[in-house]
Ligand binder design. Structure first.
Ligand code: PHE
Length: 332
């Protein structure tokens, strides 16, 4: 027991001499660490005769608590001293110029998506989202894409492991969101969806991940004229000028009739910018909408392509290389 009291004295002497937080921590380890002097006294308790256990135990605990408390108060004292020292010696020159900082910028894809979102919202379309990992019902079947359609082949579509007996794919277009938005609801529908899409395709003009936007309008008496007006308005607002347009007959399983839209570009050249058509009655049936009562149109475009055209970006692949120099140049 006298050894204990001596330890306490030594500890408090050392504490009063401690000059900084590091020295303080050394003292803590020396006395209270795993193999510390006081800690090892505590492990003695077990080997003492029962009549001594209580008294020794109480003393060792109170010594331990006293030393702990002394360390805490010394710590507070040293911390304040340290702050005061810094206040005395450090100066702050508020007239120094700021350090140059690497500035981030908005990626052209994000910029174009914001623009499109503003345009379609302005035309009273409502944004809807869906999962990037889709089941093949929403991505294909419900959109009237038959089992043997080439788009469903392994070399075109990224298949995921099945879940609950469902085939799953990385969505190959934003059209499954149409299905999700319509299922179990009654028209009118005025929706758009936008986001990542995936195809097993990689060359100069294709990246395996890319972005699409598409709009859908379903109501009574919707006709091809409504489609043309809306597409024209959308294109005009996006490019901030009137563009010549032409509709070329095309084919999509989910629209009938279908068309590609070309816009007049420079030097008499036409550029294809989107696909569109009247919603196939079979698609309406698949989501429980009566095609005798309702009709609709849809159009869909690639975001990268729209960004490249509007902002003169020549190479598709650089969009996703995360090269800061590219982003400094083409970002916003
Ligand atoms: N989903 C079509 C595609 O990915 C685009 C499209 C959308 C076509 C809507 C017509 C209507 O190619």
């Amino acid at each position: 027991m006298s050894e204990l009291l001596q330890l306490k004295d030594e500890a408090s002497k050392e504490l009063s001499n401690a000059e900084d937080l590091r020295a303080l921590d050394d003292i803590r380890v020396k006395y209270l660490g795993k193999k510390g002097l006081i800690t090892s006294q505590m492990s003695k308790i077990g080997s003492l005769p029962p009549e001594e256990k209580k008294e020794f135990g109480q003393l060792v605990n109170s010594v331990k608590q006293d030393v702990e408390a002394a360390i805490e108060s010394k710590k507070a004292e040293l911390e304040i001293a340290e702050i005061n020292q810094r206040l005395k010696t450090e100066t702050l020159d508020v007239t120094l110029p700021i350090r140059p900082q690497a500035k981030g910028s908005i990626h052209p894809i994000s910029k174009v998506m914001d623009e499109i979102s503003a345009i379609l919202s302005g035309l009273r379309f409502e944004q809807h989202d869906g999962p990037n990992i889709e089941d093949d019902y929403h991505n294909f079947d419900a959109l009237n894409i038959p089992e043997n359609h080439p788009a469903r082949q392994m070399h075109d579509t990224f298949y995921m492991p099945e879940q609950d007996g469902k085939k799953r794919v990385l969505r190959t277009h934003t059209s499954p969101v149409q299905i999700r938005a319509m299922q179990g609801k009654t028209p009118p529908f005025r929706i758009f969806s936008m986001g990542r899409t995936y195809r097993s395709d990689s060359d100069q003009t294709h990246t395996p991940m890319f972005h699409q936007v598409e709009a859908l309008f379903v109501d009574k008496n919707v006709n091809f004229g409504h489609l043309k007006w809306t597409v024209n308005e959308f294109v005009k607002q996006f490019f901030e000028e009137e563009k010549e347009m032409r509709f070329r007959p095309s084919y999509f399983p989910f629209t009938e009739p279908s068309a590609e839209v070309d816009i007049g570009w420079k030097d008499g050249k036409w550029l294809e910018i989107m696909g569109c058509g009247m919603v196939n009655p079979k698609v309406l049936e698949n989501v429980g909408v009566d095609p005798n009562e309702y009709s609709g149109f849809a159009f869909g475009a690639g975001i990268e392509r729209m960004a490249m055209l509007k902002y003169n970006i020549p190479d598709l692949r650089q969009f996703f290389e995360s090269d800061m120099r590219w982003l400094q140049h083409y970002g916003f």
